[in-house]
Design a protein. Sequence first.
Length: 248
Amino acid sequence: MLVDYDVFVNVPKLDAQDIAFASDRADKSTFNLYWQGADGTSEAQRLTESKNHQYPASWHPSGRFLAFEEQAPQTNGDVMILPMEGDDASGWKPGKATVFLNSPFAEGQPMFSPDGRWLAYYSNETGRFEVYVQSFPGPGGKWQISTGGGVFPTWSRTKRELFYGLNGQIMVAPFAVQGDVFRAEKPRLWSDGRYAMRGISRMFDLNPDGERFALSSASQTPPGVKLDKVVFIFNFFDELRQIAPVKK
């Protein structure tokens, strides 16, 4: 089953055939990487083994690299790359994960650009989280995109635009590429709407058309209204399986 209590976050490949996810099913204490067919009929395969928590973030458009975040105690959050070896005919297996970024600062949320040439991520090297872009696989340049803070970088698939979150709102930075140089324009507010901010979880994502976002909307509770009710849903996953049963 893909839907499981021990799954923290999942990232589908672009072909939507497989999903990478973080799970602590091995020892019930440390989240490492696994993957499984999106239809849930195959067994989950372990991709990594580490004493540090690991969370998948983005597949390279070729399907041959998985960017993920690793919480290393010595260097805070690191950006790692897991190569995938093989092909659809012979099958895929994970290679050895390599470090992409592991400075003394916290780096995370690595997202491949649609053409695979760039990797966007956040870092707190300035004292607050900002969004940056580096060339992939490198070596190459590095460019700061946000100017007043930023998290959750998100690429448009249809336009040369890079979105990110800032204090519950979505910002956008148009960009141009000249050879090996990435040139981003000054970011601007994309919409007056707000999304809910809940810890490290991404609460929005861009539609493939590049024009619309799906998001968890922030509460629009009028001033003076008391929030004194809680709704409990019992047997939620049983109801979910009845509505959308897993194919066998």
